[in-house]
Design a protein around this ligand. Structure first.
Ligand code: HEC
Ligand code: HEC
Ligand code: HEC
Ligand code: HEC
Ligand code: HEC
Ligand code: HEC
Ligand code: HEC
Ligand code: HEC
Length: 250
């Protein structure tokens, strides 16, 4: 397979939907190959080309491409002429399912997340972006979405993490809002991909109330002595749900 190399000539431009300034990204290069456009891909990959317009990348990449119009497929796969001339195969095409570098060119921040001390092993090649993102369809995860998209997110995590996603007699409703309430899916400075290292992880939803006498209550339970003894989840160890204890301790 070819290494992902940055070309110096034409720059591929795209606007971030945030307030950050327009970024410039060099298009992918494959020696001796040039862009052919999505319609050529359609000859042999009709299904993918048909579903692709629903993908956020169809819009994000096409709208701002300083390369010939309609080469969105090749923004991730590299120029396709030699692949086409060769009749297909893996030889002259970049597959970001095998190497995420093509994604990282535009998503530098995401690369930084996968380099944090605890992370899903994508850079190590044991997982792929495509394990959690559909690169071609309309349902690539939308971070701001609630409702169904969230349910789907947990469903996706459930493929690999059955113990945390199975039905429990006593559910922890926090998980209904998505695993990402407590875990950063790409990587984290904290162990187990936790979004916060300490009790703040829980205190976002479980208010502590202080009595005039200085006792700290959580719900109806006086936690004053308990809080000296460790993290919330050193006692509430069945944090994803329990079959025995409604207070999620075992
Ligand atoms: C956002 C980047 C991105 C874009 C844009 C993109 N792809 Fe892909 N493509 C991927 C990734 C990632 C994989 C690996 C999927 C996997 O491993 O499950 C892939 C896999 C493939 C494959 C081989 C596996 C399969 O699903 O059959 C084909 C063929 C393909 N893409 C064609 C296309 C075509 C045609 C287009 C344009 C309509 C396109 N891709 C647009 C990222 C992209
Ligand atoms: C002449 C037919 C043909 C055309 C045109 C074509 N492909 Fe392919 N492609 C194939 C065949 C055959 C394979 C191997 C079987 C498969 O994975 O579906 C393949 C495989 C792929 C793969 C997977 C490579 C891997 O790592 O296994 C990707 C990605 C891909 N094509 C992208 C594209 C893109 C993007 C275009 C348009 C620029 C395109 N193809 C145009 C026939 C074609
Ligand atoms: C040519 C540049 C480019 C490439 C290559 C690229 N992306 Fe993107 N992607 C963008 C832009 C621009 C956005 C919108 C702004 C943002 O969220 O950074 C975006 C957004 C996303 C989103 C959020 C979508 C949403 O609806 O909020 C995901 C997930 C994503 N990309 C995954 C990938 C993956 C996985 C790959 C590689 C297979 C990839 N991207 C390759 C440019 C790119
Ligand atoms: C373990 C599953 C998983 C893997 C693997 C994964 N992602 Fe994500 N990604 C998510 C989830 C879940 C979200 C939504 C995050 C949220 O809502 O806080 C997300 C959000 C995003 C976003 C939009 C928000 C942001 O953080 O910028 C981009 C872009 C993105 N992913 C790109 C990638 C790329 C590129 C790869 C591969 C290098 C990848 N992801 C691999 C689960 C994953
Ligand atoms: C394709 C399989 C796969 C998917 C999908 C997946 N993971 Fe993982 N997850 C892994 C692997 C592999 C590891 C690393 C385990 C190791 O290194 O021993 C891991 C590790 C973790 C860890 C850290 C465990 C520890 O003991 O440090 C957490 C937390 C986690 N994943 C949560 C999630 C969440 C949340 C999602 C959904 C957004 C998700 N995973 C989706 C495979 C997956
Ligand atoms: C209320 C916060 C919270 C939610 C929501 C949550 N987790 Fe966790 N998760 C934790 C804590 C706390 C740990 C224990 C970390 C430690 O061992 O220090 C953990 C640990 C893990 C581990 C490591 C193995 C283990 O059980 O200790 C995996 C894998 C994991 N979570 C997956 C998931 C998945 C998948 C989801 C979504 C269904 C999810 N988590 C939702 C808080 C949460
Ligand atoms: C996204 C919000 C959210 C987060 C974050 C969260 N929880 Fe919860 N938790 C809830 C909800 C909602 C309930 C249902 C009962 C309630 O309303 O108190 C609940 C119930 C519980 C219960 C059972 C309480 C009872 O009355 O039976 C315990 C124990 C608990 N959580 C501990 C934790 C711990 C420990 C953490 C941090 C690792 C945490 N929670 C993080 C929302 C959350
Ligand atoms: C040293 C152990 C310990 C620690 C640490 C601890 N708890 Fe508890 N927690 C308990 C016990 C014991 C109960 C009461 C169980 C019972 O009576 O059934 C309880 C009860 C609860 C309840 C249920 C309250 C109610 O109204 O019934 C919630 C919610 C809760 N804890 C959240 C937390 C949070 C959030 C933290 C961290 C800030 C935390 N706990 C730290 C031991 C602990």
């Amino acid at each position: 397979m070819f290494p992902v190399v940055a070309g110096g000539a034409a720059l591929l431009l795209f606007n971030s939907c945030s307030t950050t300034p327009t970024a410039e990204v060099a298009p992918l290069e494959i020696p001796g190959a040039h862009f052919v456009g999505n319609q050529v891909c359609a000859q042999c990959h009709a299904q993918i080309v048909r579903e692709f317009p629903a993908s956020p990348h169809a819009r994000l990449v096409v709208e701002n491409l300083a390369a010939p119009a309609g080469v969105a497929c090749e923004a991730c796969h590299g120029p396709g002429s030699r692949h086409v001339a060769d009749g297909g195969g893996a030889k002259f095409i970049i597959n970001p399912g095998k190497n995420p570098d093509a994604c990282f060119r535009c998503h530098l921040q995401v690369r930084a997340e996968f380099e944090l001390p605890d992370h899903h092993p994508v850079i190590e090649g044991r997982m792929s972006c495509a394990d959690c993102h559909d690169p071609h369809g309309g349902d690539i995860f939308k971070p701001a979405d609630g409702g169904l998209a969230m349910a789907r997110r947990n469903e996706n995590c459930a493929q690999c993490h059955r113990e945390q996603t199975r039905p429990f007699v006593f559910e922890h409703p926090a998980g209904r809002e998505g695993c990402t309430v407590c875990h950063n899916p790409h990587g984290s400075v904290n162990r187990a991909l936790l979004a916060e290292a300490d009790d703040n992880l829980c205190l976002r939803c479980h208010a502590q109330t202080r009595t005039p006498a200085g006792q700290i209550f959580i719900g109806n339970v006086d936690h004053t002595p308990l809080l000296q003894m460790g993290d919330c989840w050193s006692c509430h160890t069945a944090i994803h749900g329990s079959d025995a204890d409604p207070r999620l301790r075992y």
